[in-house]
Design a protein around this ligand. Sequence first.
Ligand SMILES: [Zn+2]
Ligand SMILES: [Zn+2]
Length: 351
Amino acid sequence: MRSYDIVEYGEPLQAVDRPTPAPQGTEVLLRTLAAGVCHSDLHIWDGYYDIGGGKHFSLRERGLVPPITLGHEITGEVVACGPEAGGVKPGDRRVIYPWIGCGTCAVCRRGDEHLCNRPRSLGIYRPGGFADHVLVPHPRYLLELAGLAPEEAAPFACSGLTAFSALRRVGEAVYRNQPVLVLGAGGVGLMGVALLKALGAHGVVVADIDPKKREAALAGGAMAAIDAGAADAVKQAQTAAQAPIGAAIDFVGASVTARLGIDAIARGGKYVIVGLFGGDITLALPFLPIRAITIEGSFVGSLGEFQALMALVKEGKVPKVPLESRPLDAAEAALRDLKAGRIVGRAVLRP
Ligand SMILES: [Zn+2]
Ligand SMILES: [Zn+2]
């Protein structure tokens, strides 16, 4: 098999050939059909997160040491199953749930494998989809494509799931009755707008600094799109929403978007932060109780949420987001284009 690996943080990806693994026990081997390119791949490639004040959070110090095969939005065709892997057979096409935990701790057992402290996530801690084959530890992580083409289904494993899980944090009672502010209209933000619309949201205002992305958001069903970088962005968002903003979902996670989201929500509102752009903010503490606001972090989503999302997709309720198809051997160029903001929607690699 061939993969395109990070052999050293920040260095060019390298093509690596190695023997294709034979699945053992409950393992399933798939031939990659499509692999989405995600912003978090950029952070892993860098090897750190910006935590503000000029400080970095090092992934190596956290125990993530190259080589790393990126790619956590994967669809594949089953090639071989271990002797204890039931429910799938060679030729089956599946989208992979990549946020795999240890499977045995209390967090995993309550269904939150994505929050496990001993993660085995594909494309991070285990080899991912920037490769022609992927090994999955158990068939329960394999979901049907819900009537989609492989490249359409792949982005639901992170981009779609992240957006869906964030909406769950906001809650139906809020998004059905109050406007929601979506910060950032990249791949995940556009998916968030699409899902909100599919779930009967009252209305979505989008804030982005890029006019092209604001246009994409309007085309995707946002009621308004404002410039996140404007000096009066809070006022613009509140005016465009035409009613108190019940929640803000920050798909960027930068100081400026956090400030905007927290300042724009109404009393009792919720600010959900998803994006990992990085930075920091200062909060006046009395305003937390006085405004009774909630600040909540949301990281990808659970296997249960992924199953619920794919059921929604199967019902045809989720509009498609723009995709850009690239060959697998152009993985690094796709990462560079994503970093430079040259991709609208989602880039998907195809071997
Ligand atoms: Zn991702
Ligand atoms: Zn666990």
